[in-house]
Write a protein that binds this ligand. Sequence first.
Ligand code: PLP
Length: 421
Amino acid sequence: MDLQTKALHAGYEKDSQGTMAVPIYMTTAYEFRDVEHAANLFALKELGNIYTRLNNPTTDVFEKRFAELEGGEAAVATSSGMSATFFAIANAAECGDNIVCAKQLYGGSLTLTAHTLKRFGIEARFFDVHKPEQIESLIDDKTKVIFFESLTNPSIDVADIEAITTIANRHGILTVVDNTVATPVLCRPFEFGADITVHSASKYTTGQGLAIGGILVERKGLIEKLKANPRYAHFNEPDASYHGLVYVDVPLPPFTLRARLSLLRDIGAVSSPFNSWLFIQGMETLSLRMKEHSKNAQALAEFLESHPRVKKVNYPGLKSNSNYVNAQKYFEEGACSGLLSFEVRSLEEATKIVNATKLYSLVVNIGDSKSIITHPASTTHQQLTQEELLACGVPSGLIRISCGLESIKDLIADMKQALEA
Ligand code: PLP
């Protein structure tokens, strides 16, 4: 089945009412038939609903449908993209372990890995996404995860997924790919050897900036990589917190099973059924929207590249961009999503341009159907010094755009008047 067909139908069997739209099961808990039924559910002898912190029929459709789009085996929805990333790492690593991360990460993922996880005793070691060969020297037998973004935010680089997963697989290490900006429509990391993907559903999945959510997806057959792998003893030994359950001995995808039974149970960062329902609505049009976002961003990038006031444009769909070759290899039909950035000569010029646009909203979000403009040096990266800004590829004249679904004629006309104001 094609992705667009799956996006409309996967994971949902109509209930007795025949409802065409997936119902919102707004409930905290579920009644058990009797004590034996309840005991069987807790012991996994029977699968079914227990409590919405663990599972919910609306969220279940979102998880099954998203796993299908990504080409994975199973998924766990979470309350935000950040909690999906946290769960992916915390499910593999513990105090005393380390993770190897790309330097080019979303700001929240950088602070999570470099600072918050450090306080939990998990050390992050960083490599340049353009130099996967650096990974080898960072790995040791305590390395539990290699984490990177397929299409990076905000630096807009494209990872060489295969080069990274080849190194990881040589050492039996799990790879976690944040596929938020590319979405399963444009890039499917499992086809290139990745093990786990995470997404902020708050971006293109909802598509209209409606809700915060996240999802973690496990590839098919991951059990073979975890089985008898000394790095992941906690999947192979009895879990004292779940009456001695051994995750790889259960006929269910082990990574998502543990994320649900252990992490969702104890940390509780669960997707609300209403938000899951919004994400289901968004997925119905995801592939149509991603094509249009990409088309608009490509045309805007080409316009900006031709404008004398613009020093540099970062968009992997431009032949002049250093990520062009990777984008052609990893992205469906070379379409590169809606994120681009461009550089003008100074902070003052950038400020004038951002203030002069009328159609682009000054917002720190991406993936909305409405176009968004951001000036990282005065917002998301405000705390950094000039030197730090340059080191992470954010010069003070950099402007980031999340290209929406407005008419491209209007988007270009508004950008032109702002550049020439
Ligand atoms: N990953 C990427 C690439 C992001 O851009 C973001 C948010 O901007 C996140 C993760 C975090 O997602 P959320 O805001 O849903 O927690």
